[in-house]
Write a protein that binds this ligand. Structure first.
Ligand code: FE2
Length: 256
């Protein structure tokens, strides 16, 4: 997929990253958040979108996230870590109808007119309730980036009908670098590569902590080794930046 040049975000951006402490299954303390951010910086990431699980079993009050990100930014700054942290979410589709327009806007990315949300792909696939939720989001002015679709391992059993439908509506896939590395098992690894080879996609870490660390450099190397050529840069470097700067749908006429 050709991506436009992305300005305004400096360096590598990771658009799926559980950085906030004590809100989900990511880091438990501010110091663990700092450790994770240091790992990301060593992996050459310069912008992190903090994407806690916003769903009924974790964060439901989105209004707290801006302040939580402010606390993390202050901690990183005190440590001398130069990394930008943005407010985002990995949005459970069951929450869509419970969030106001203003709440969705807190966790959305991209410029006005091209806003998008990272929506968690259920492990059991894209059923009708998921499709209804993404349709509602589009109706409310947001495109959808599907988080880790490869972890729904039966996703392509029918040729990927549900994925193709989301893409035809202007969506995009976000495959985990950790899946490409095999950290979520062989099935997720194979589906992950099938998705990035066949469909418009970007790669993010979905980092959670020491056992699920940042994974962009390893993903870039693995995609390069698979002969994905120029897609390697697009998937890991250019695409995520373009999403943040240009939003969705991306203008496809511009060269990467
Ligand atoms: Fe996640």
């Amino acid at each position: 997929m050709p991506f436009p040049k992305a300005d305004g975000v400096d360096g590598r951006a990771d658009i799926h990253f559980h950085l906030l402490p004590g809100v989900d299954d990511g880091p438990r303390t501010l110091d663990e958040s700092l450790d994770l951010a240091v790992h990301a910086a060593l992996d050459r990431t310069r912008t992190i979108v903090a994407t806690p699980h916003v769903r009924s079993d974790y964060v439901t009050d989105v209004s707290q996230l801006t302040e939580r990100v402010r606390e993390v930014r202050a901690r990183l700054a005190r440590a001398g870590l130069r990394i930008t942290v943005l407010v985002g979410a990995e949005l459970g589709h069951d929450m869509v109808g419970r969030l106001s327009q203003a709440e969705l806007d807190i966790v959305a990315q991209g410029p006005a007119g091209a806003r998008w949300l990272l929506v968690e792909t259920p492990f059991d696939g894209l059923a009708d309730d998921f499709t209804a939720a993404t349709a509602e989001l589009r109706g409310r002015g947001f495109s959808c980036v599907l988080a880790h679709p490869e972890r729904a391992v039966r996703l392509l059993d029918d040729g990927g009908v549900a994925v193709r439908r989301e893409l035809s509506e202007g969506g995009l896939l976000q495959v985990n670098g950790s899946s490409l590395a095999g950290w979520h098992g062989e099935a997720a690894r194979q589906v992950g590569f099938a998705l990035v080879e066949r469909f418009p996609a970007v790669v993010a870490s979905d980092a959670h902590g020491a056992t699920r660390p940042p994974a962009l450099s390893i993903a870039r190397e693995l995609t390069r080794m698979r002969g994905l050529g120029s897609l390697t840069g697009d998937l890991v470097e250019v695409g995520p930046r373009a999403l943040l700067c240009r939003g969705l749908p991306l203008p496809v006429s511009a060269a990467a």
